[in-house]
Design a binder for this molecule. Sequence first.
Ligand SMILES: Cc1cc2nc3c(=O)[nH]c(=O)nc-3n(C[C@H](O)[C@H](O)[C@H](O)COP(=O)(O)OP(=O)(O)OC[C@H]3O[C@@H](n4cnc5c(N)ncnc54)[C@H](O)[C@@H]3O)c2cc1C
Length: 380
Amino acid sequence: MPPKHSIAIIGGGIGGLTTALCLEQVGLTNYRVYERAPEFREVGAALSIWPNALRVYQALGLLDALRPHWGVIHRGYIKSASGNVLSQARPDYELPTVCMHRAHLHGMLVEQLPAEKLITDHELTDIEIGDEEATLHFRDREPIESDLVIGADGINSVVRQAIIGDGAPIYRGYNCWRGIATLPAAPTGYSSETWGQGARVGIVPIKDGQFGWWATCNEPANTNDEPEGALAKLKRIFGTWHDPIPDLFDNSGDILKNPLGDRVPTRGWSQGPVVLMGDAAHPTTPNLGQGACMAIEGAYVLAQCLRKYDHLPDAFARYEDLHYPRSAQVTKQSLRMGKMGQIENPVGIAMRNTFIGLTPDKVSMRMLDRYFGYDVTEQV
Ligand SMILES: Cc1cc2nc3c(=O)[nH]c(=O)nc-3n(C[C@H](O)[C@H](O)[C@H](O)COP(=O)(O)OP(=O)(O)OC[C@H]3O[C@@H](n4cnc5c(N)ncnc54)[C@H](O)[C@@H]3O)c2cc1C
């Protein structure tokens, strides 16, 4: 694609910013990122970045900038609530499996980009899509016309509603609390996912005794924890689980809560000069820890396709052909893992735990290799 095109990226999350960096790398520098928030900032707890996504940051030359922020997963366990090890794995790839504060990853991405290309306080409210260009309507702002629009505006994407129009995301039956705890006594590199009855807890290592954690529970979407309060509720549900779970909650700062959902994988990510990426294109439940990783892979694929093809429809078609099957596989597998992890029926739990306990660790790792061991930079 010739670099004269003006490109609008809607949304300055990890997907939108990684797309901007990938566009810079291929010489398509005539873009702006439009973010609705008053500043480019990420809230949230920890994020696991698997080797498949680190490949992209390696290709962008960003590993040294990220390294000071990350902790490495040396060993991961699946445990029962009482602490029995059902399965264990040691990630063994050329690149590490790492975890970091979301804000650190996001902040590093912002630092790499020219400030004048990052536009805040621009909330897209509507988009008119023509054959050659699109008109963007922002709240309380003048409209903007653009030759290429990349919808990176997340799971509730306005751009997706203009292209696919599939309404609200699907709630999958469990909410998720998240936080970052300081646990100096916990082993470096420790990571676990613990499966109880309709409830789970995951722990990932960050740095210097800090661990990211998440906890899920089957309940209606957005259940309000008051008047009990999130902290008391978490201690009531998980307080008798194995160590270090009971210590997580009192040793954490802010505790966030979200409903978990996704969408049915759907093709048709582009219309005219407009295309979707990241959660706007392929939102997934976080059970595989691959949502942001897929956005990072997708950013790379999209930029490479725009570099290679002169015509947008060809570039978009190739991007979707390459990235749809992979992201759909992640969404479906993640949903299955969530269903298995959230089982409530005691017989089902006994069967699940027996099945996992009997599956050799090597077999489980091999099944996950297709997600984590993938090198997108060799595919495009
Ligand atoms: C509990 C939980 C844990 C997770 N853990 C992991 C993990 O460990 N590893 C992993 O890889 N993934 C994980 N994910 C998934 C990951 O968070 C998402 O896949 C990722 O953030 C998607 O990035 P994105 O940039 O596409 O969307 P978002 O992060 O949602 O960013 C969208 C951006 O667009 C902006 N925006 C939205 N609407 C508009 C608008 N109308 N106009 C302008 N701007 C707009 C938003 O303000 C935001 O900045 C997890 C998700 C959850 C919920």
